[in-house]
Design a binder for this molecule. Structure first.
Ligand code: NI
Length: 135
């Protein structure tokens, strides 16, 4: 019996979408306001979903305290109140789109979540725009 359990988390971060291989006009055209050279912030809402068998002894898929602490140490401590472009190694050379942020978060968490579990990342960049990544 497989069940999906999810933990919601939150972080605020600044970013700028920019492709250094393009000129200013192309960047402005592709990324619009998100190309602002002085950066801008988003309130990111993160949902981390873990799917697996319910342990017959605990009745849990995964201890939510463990998941909560993992998200805090690996994601929130790393990205909350940071400028993603200038203050994180992950996005020093990677455009911090919601898509890329979701993939980075997946990879950071996947390393610490047992391979027997499926992992899914849902990341809201705005209340209406979100991306999903399942590896
Ligand atoms: Ni933006």
């Amino acid at each position: 019996m497989k069940v999906t359990v999810s933990r919601k988390a939150h972080f605020n971060a600044a970013h700028r979408l920019h492709n250094p291989l393009w000129d200013e006009a192309r960047n402005a055209q592709e990324f619009g306001k998100c190309n602002n050279a002085e950066y801008h912030g988003h309130n990111y809402e993160l949902i981390v979903s873990v799917r697996g068998e319910v342990d017959p002894e605990t009745g849990y898929v995964i201890d939510m305290k463990v998941l909560k602490d993992l998200i805090k140490t690996k994601i929130e401590d790393r990205f909350d109140h940071k400028n993603l472009n200038t203050q994180t190694s992950e996005f020093a050379n990677l455009n911090p789109t919601a898509e890329n942020i979701a993939v980075v978060i997946y990879d950071l968490l996947r390393a610490d979540i047992d391979a027997k579990f499926d992992l899914k990342i849902t990341l809201y960049e705005t209340p209406r725009n979100y991306v999903e990544y399942e590896g």
